[in-house]
Every structure is written in C-alpha cells, then in structure tokens.
Write a protein that binds this ligand. Structure first.
Ligand SMILES: Cc1ncc(COP(=O)(O)O)c(C=O)c1O
Length: 288
C-alpha cells in the first residue's frame, strides 16, 4: 500500500512529496513539529499535542497553517488514506517559503504544513520485557527546549552516540550535573523511598505530553511524585527508571551508563503506569 503525505493542501504519494529548497524549515530549522501516536486507530493525547503545537507556534510567532478543526480533519483523512492503525503521525509547520533572509518574511508568506503517517509497533514485546539501556551525555542544546523546534542536531548526535554504545536513549546532563531529559523522551526515576521523580517543566526541557499524562495518572493512582531535577548519581541509585514519549509511551530502563538500575529488570511501577496510560488511550474513539 503506497504511503501518502500531506503537503500544503494536497495529499501526494510520499515518494513525490516535497517542499521548496527555500522553505525556512530546511534553511533555518525555522519551524516546529509534533508526533502523535496512533494505537488501534486512536490518537493518543491528540488535544495535548495540538495544544502544545499552538504554544510552540505562538512562542515563535508562526501562524497556525489552518484552523485547528480543519487540521484535525486533515489528520484523520491522512490516517484513513494510509490505512495505518498502529504507528505515528508526524506534523511539521515552518514559517514558510521565502528568499533566504534571517529576519521574518512578510505576512503574506504562509506557513508550510507537512504531515506523514507511518506504521510502528507500539507494543515491542521484547523491549518491554527486557527494558532498555541509556547512557549520559552533555546537554549541548539551546535554552528554549520547551519549544518543540525542528532544530534537533544535538539530539541527532546524542542518539547516534547512544546507538553506537548499544543504548536506546541518551540522557542529557546540564552544567550542574542534573539530568534534563532524553534526546527524544522525558526522564524519570523512582527513588528508593518509592517516590516518582521527573524534572519540573521549565524552558530546560520539553514538557512531554506523555509526561503530563503520566503525572495525572500518578495523581489518580495516589502515587507520591515530585517534579524536580535529579542528578545522575541519584539515578544510579534509583529503584526504577523509565522514559516517556509519544512513540514509546512509558519504557522501563534497566541500565544507566552500564550500571544496573534496581534489580536490573523492568520496574513494576513503570509497567503499571504504562498499562494505565494505554488503557486511557484505548478508552478513546477510533478515527479509523
Ligand atoms: C527532547 C524531548 N523530550 C521529551 C519528549 C517527549 O514528549 P512527548 O511525550 O510529548 O512525545 C520528546 C519527544 O519527542 C523530546 O523530543
């Protein structure tokens, strides 16, 4: 089944989908994006992702490419045309196409909107059963990490380093030795006292939509949690560790920098949080 992309008003075979070489996303990374998981035909946290898209656009003074309800219709039509039930939708909005010039183009230049959908296994049985490894890396990003910008070069380099080290993710460490987040996920630990800890949402991290959902779940389940920074040393001593993102939901970590986390097996609390998150997604209505 050939894949279909959406590019600036048209549904086009992915192999022919293209934007101008003068798109500001291509030349300046002047744009933002969202990834929304599709689980058995249901979007996971659609509203949260679109709210954050609006926030990222607002922070950069980029206009919505179309009204939000219309965007939701395009998302559904793209999913339908690709017949993907499990996977992810990628959406990118840039400041548009204009002759290369750093300052903003005139208002008549419209934002570019690109969307793709791709199938993915959201229940990787082996990875969930075995857990994953992470390594620590210096955080070399800019200071507005709360904006989901397409400028991802530090994360590209970090993920490659992690991959070369046989790890699934890189945990980035700030100048104070504190964990900010993963290259494409939020970082969590559960302390020896059983307290769930993830970094508080400031400009230092991306406030993950999955992160927010897991915090709400923790509240509902009555699990003690703290939103604060934690050091690598604290993570090494943690009872459990896991990461969260739209594409992994909640993934247990069994090793940090080659040191086993807790008993070296996926943590029970992380598994419980994952299950609650998935239950919440499955309670939604399918779009396909
Ligand atoms: C740097 C970073 N932090 C956190 C996340 C997790 O965010 P979300 O749960 O909204 O996918 C991502 C996701 O791509 C990310 O790139």
């Amino acid at each position: 089944m050939p894949r279909v992309a959406y590019v600036n008003g048209r549904f086009i075979p992915l192999s022919r989908a293209a934007v101008s070489v003068e798109d500001r996303g291509y030349q300046f990374a002047d744009g933002v994006y969202e990834v929304i998981a599709l689980k058995q035909g249901r979007f996971a946290d659609e509203d949260g992702h679109l709210d954050r898209l609006g926030r990222s656009l607002g922070e950069l003074s980029i206009a919505w490419p179309m009204p939000r309800p219309a965007l939701c219709l395009v998302m559904r039509e793209l999913v339908r045309r690709n017949r993907v039930r499990n996977g992810g939708l990628y959406m990118q909005v840039t400041r548009g196409v204009a002759p290369r010039d750093f300052k903003f183009p005139p208002p008549r230049v419209r934002p570019s909107l690109v969307m793709t959908v791709r199938p993915a296994n959201l229940d990787p049985v082996e990875r969930l059963a075995n857990g994953v490894r992470v390594i620590s890396l210096p955080d070399i990003r800019w200071s507005r990490r709360d904006i989901k910008s397409v400028a991802l070069l530090p994360q590209v380099l970090g993920k490659q380093k992690a991959h070369e080290a046989g790890a699934f993710e890189g945990w980035m460490i700030d100048d104070d030795g504190l964990v900010t987040e993963g290259c494409s996920s939020n970082a969590w630990i559960i302390t020896r006292d059983g307290v769930l800890v993830t970094r508080h949402a400031t400009t230092a991290i991306l406030n993950g939509i999955t992160r927010q959902a897991l915090l709400r779940i923790a509240g509902t389940l009555g699990l003690p949690f703290e939103e604060r920074a934690f050091s690598l040393a604290e993570a090494y001593e943690a009872r459990e560790a896991f990461l969260s993102s739209a594409s992994t939901f909640c993934q247990p970590i069994v090793e940090i920098d080659g040191r086993p986390v807790g008993n070296g097996h996926p943590g029970l609390l992380a598994q419980r949080l994952r299950q609650s998150y998935v239950d919440g997604v499955m309670a939604g209505s399918p779009v396909i």
